[in-house]
Design a protein around this ligand. Structure first.
Ligand code: ATP
Ligand code: MG
Length: 417
């Protein structure tokens, strides 16, 4: 017979076992799997993996902290999570914070961004916390970090705030002290003595510290390994050894620059990996979907569909690969080679609502070519041509495009079924 799990506790009143109460315990030996996460954390992980490429460590850390928050296991009296993200430019440090907000509160802009470079002088701190009463301009200044600002994106289902301190190595001492207090106690005192509670906030800090050392590793001019690194850099691959070296150099640079009391307050330091060709290829698909979404968001009667051939994608990748600049370089190539020509086609009425445009690569001219393949497509016909993650024009009109995306999905799946 299967063993009986759990126990029945005896009813105890003032230390006396009440008569009739039964005390049983079934001994079991069930192996448990602490690596499995609950459904909500799993949904967050899936969503982050769809949006963020090649930064699994960062995704894992965010999901772990979120899981702890959901089960009430986060330490009390401090923010839910304090993260320091290091790594090369254009590797997804800022994007992952936006993607977390997008996944949890359906709004990538629900991130309170503090650009630390703007607070290099101590007096500028008043912009963040407001001036004390009696000071000039006290009533006019609205502190950037008030409780209202922090809570503005809370929804019925998610009461989290996302705060991003960008380029923290540029912060003044005053900002630094403020940051230490927030990380440690989860509270901030404003100029007028009001307290701001950060205990429902995820704090992300980014820094390009160590980036110079990292890019020197990718593009070394001297040294016996220079040839190999240059080859990797050119064809856009980064092997484990090189990426491991880059990780270490990031963390070492952080330890050199930041005090132990700051490092001690962090839950996790993550060094983002440089993106190689396979990652950029996946990011290209994500970015092309975003361009398609932009087209649908402009106006419903101008919505059209574009399809990029493999040749066109290869060309965009070739033009957009530079290990030093990560995905930013790829995004610039997409804007220059695809988005600009498309906007010319729209402005000159060569492309109209309901069209399907094929984008291919002409090897002789070394340029993308644009051919209208169909016209007069209805919304549902366009829906069949694009990725399922894209919300359709009729819905995109409404403000909550992402919220409606779910409905579109189900509408589509029932249509396809
Ligand atoms: N790992 C990634 N996965 C998906 N998209 C990415 C990734 N990395 C970068 N991108 C794309 O490139 C853009 C720029 O990346 P992001 O702003 O996150 O760079 P960053 O690491 O914060 O760089 P910086 O240190 O210069 O601020 C993002 O908006 C996103 O579109
Ligand atoms: Mg950034």
């Amino acid at each position: 017979m299967a063993p009986k799990y759990g126990m029945q506790f005896a009813h105890v009143k003032s230390g006396v076992v009440v008569k009739g109460a039964q005390k049983t315990m079934a001994r079991v030996n069930v192996p448990l799997d602490p690596t499995r996460t609950g459904r909500d954390a799993e949904v967050l992980e899936g969503s982050l993996r769809r949006m963020i490429v090649g930064q699994d460590e960062a995704i894992q850390q965010i999901v772990n902290i979120y899981q702890m928050y959901l089960t009430g296991m986060s330490p009390a009296g401090r923010p839910i999570g304090n993260f320091l993200f290091l790594g090369p430019t254009g590797s997804g440090k800022t994007r992952i914070v936006e993607a977390t907000a997008e996944s949890l509160v359906r709004n990538p802009r629900a991130v309170i961004k503090i650009d630390c470079a703007e607070f290099q002088h101590s007096h500028e701190i008043a912009k963040l916390i407001g001036s004390p009463p009696g000071y000039l301009g006290h009533r006019e200044t609205h502190p950037l970090l008030s409780q209202e600002v922090l809570n503005q994106y809370h929804s019925d289902t998610c009461k989290l705030s996302f705060v991003l301190f960008d380029e923290i190595e540029k912060a003044s001492d005053a900002l630094w002290n403020l940051l230490l207090g927030v990380l440690d106690k989860g509270t901030l005192t404003l100029g007028d003595n009001r307290k701001v509670d950060f205990s429902r906030a995820l704090i992300f800090m980014t820094s390009n510290l160590g980036a110079t050392e990292m890019s020197a590793l990718v593009n070394p001019r001297l040294g016996f390994n220079a040839g190999e690194c240059a080859r990797q850099s050119q064809n856009g691959t980064v092997d484990e050894k090189l990426s491991g070296k880059m990780m270490r150099s990031g963390v070492e640079a952080a330890r050199r620059k930041f005090t132990p009391e700051f490092i001690n307050r962090l839950d996790k330091i993550v060094t983002f990996k440089p993106l190689g060709s396979p990652e950029l290829r996946r990011i290209l698909d994500i970015e092309l979907n975003m361009v398609q979404q932009r087209i649908f968001n402009t106006s419903p009667d101008r919505s059209f569909v574009f399809k990029a051939s493999d040749g066109a994608k290869d060309f965009l990748l070739q033009e957009g690969t530079d290990l030093k600049y990560g995905a930013r370089h790829l995004k610039r190539a997409i804007e220059r080679l695809l988005v600009q020509p498309l906007s010319n086609l729209i402005a000159t009425d060569q492309v109209r609502g309901g069209d399907c445009v094929n984008v291919a690569f002409d090897a002789e001219c070394k340029a993308l070519t644009f051919v209208k393949e169909a016209e007069g497509l209805a919304v549902h016909a366009m829906a069949d041509l694009v990725d399922r993650s894209i919300s359709m024009p009729a819905f995109a009109l409404a403000n909550g495009a992402f919220i409606e995306a779910g409905k579109t999905q189900s509408a589509r799946s029932s249509k396809r079924a």
